[in-house]
Write a protein that binds this ligand. Structure first.
Ligand code: EPU
Length: 337
């Protein structure tokens, strides 16, 4: 295991931002991870997965540990279900495609989400009507201080919309090393309620979709709306969709009758930040190399040489413009470092 000094992280974050790590090491086994943690007990550490949900606004004055644990396997199965374990460093989308090839159902709606398996529980990733918590069983994590392994069950993870214990009590204390999902072997629960999927399937004349059809539909929708980080630096949705009180929502709806929304509860409504940003006139807005994506206003992009600070400034401008227009505060979903 080589420890690199003053190491560029440009290829390790999907925004493609140039920032340096004081030290950098990639670990490929649990033993390597344990040994790095033991030998660097007193050093500041920064854990890096797929780098798909962070904005680097400065160099990292720490030892960056890139969790590159590969491997996936079937743990057990019964007549109807299969328990599949993936190590943290597997690419999420490749893992999803592998489950679909085996005809294991449950992850298809989350095709093509960037990032690695190990970071999916952190923000309970979700798309097109599915969230990781729907199929998640448990994850193993290494305690950074003691190097002991701990299993987090689903209920211990406190999953919520883009939320989990790993953003709160367990933050900076554990490194997720593997995740177990319970998937269907038959009678797959096909979920096409999310409007875009239905339309995409209808376009292709598919009436009884398989999990593969759903995955293909999601891939087509994402490719049409969301920029590929390999071509245009980005971190997926930059903001969370704000959840506001019904009272507050009714005021907004009165002024903006076309506003889109999702019902959350009797008292709360979720409003798509993409709609708010677009209708504040910022879709496709660009300042230097930092921009709001032209097809999905929730996504901020790096046209080439934007710095993390440029993207951060743009995000603040978007937040302020949205607040001034609707009185709604939108929060960043990505971790700003
Ligand atoms: N909308 C606009 N303008 C835009 C974007 C969206 O008017 O520029 C409207 C759409 O027309 C639609 C509504 O907002 O009526 C919702 O749009 P969309 O289905 O594209 O989803 P989203 O709420 O903008 C969320 C997730 C995405 C996920 C999609 C699909 C969050 C923060 N984002 O976006 O997740 O792919 O739903 O399920 O919840 C990510 O987290 O990185 C991500 C891409």
């Amino acid at each position: 295991m080589q420890i690199h000094q003053n190491f560029s992280l440009k290829n390790y974050n999907t925004f493609g931002i140039e920032a340096k790590a004081k030290q950098f090491v990639a670990v490929h086994t649990l033993d390597q991870l344990k040994s790095v943690l033991e030998h660097h007990k007193n050093d500041k550490k920064f854990i890096l997965g797929g780098g798909s949900n962070m904005l680097l606004t400065q160099d990292i004055d720490a030892l960056v540990i890139h969790v590159d644990l590969k491997g996936k396997k079937v743990l057990k199965e019964d007549e109807n279900f299969v328990w599949v374990e993936s190590n943290a460093g597997e690419n999420w989308h490749e893992f999803v495609l592998w489950t679909i090839e085996q005809d294991f159902g449950g992850l298809e709606n989350m095709s093509l989400i960037p990032g690695n398996v190990g970071t999916t529980p952190v923000q309970n990733i979700g798309a097109y009507g599915a969230e990781i918590k729907d199929t998640f069983v448990s994850c193993d994590a290494m305690n950074i201080e003691t190097q002991e392994m701990k299993k987090f069950t689903k209920s211990e993870c406190n999953f919520g919309y883009r939320e989990s214990i790993f953003k709160h009590e367990a933050k900076d204390k554990f490194i997720i090393t593997s995740v177990v999902f319970k998937l269907t072997k038959c009678n797959h629960k096909i979920s096409v309620e999310y409007g875009d999927i239905k339309a995409e399937l209808a376009k292709n004349n598919i009436k009884n979709p398989t999990i593969k059809d759903v995955s293909n539909a999601v891939i087509a929708i994402r490719q049409s709306k969301l920029p590929n980080p390999k071509e245009l630096g980005n971190s997926g949705s930059f903001f969370k969709n704000p959840v506001i009180s019904r009272e507050e929502f009714l005021k907004v709806k009165e002024k903006f009758p076309d506003v889109k929304y999702f019902e959350i509860s009797e008292t709360e409504v979720k409003v798509p930040a993409g709609w708010l940003i677009e209708h504040a006139g910022l879709k496709g807005y660009r300042n230097g190399d930092a921009g709001v994506h032209k097809n999905q206003a929730l996504v901020l992009v790096n046209y080439g040489n934007a710095t993390g600070q440029d993207i951060l400034n743009l995000s603040k401008y978007v937040q302020k413009t949205v607040f001034d227009k609707y009185g709604i505060a939108i929060e960043a979903e990505v971790n700003v470092i």
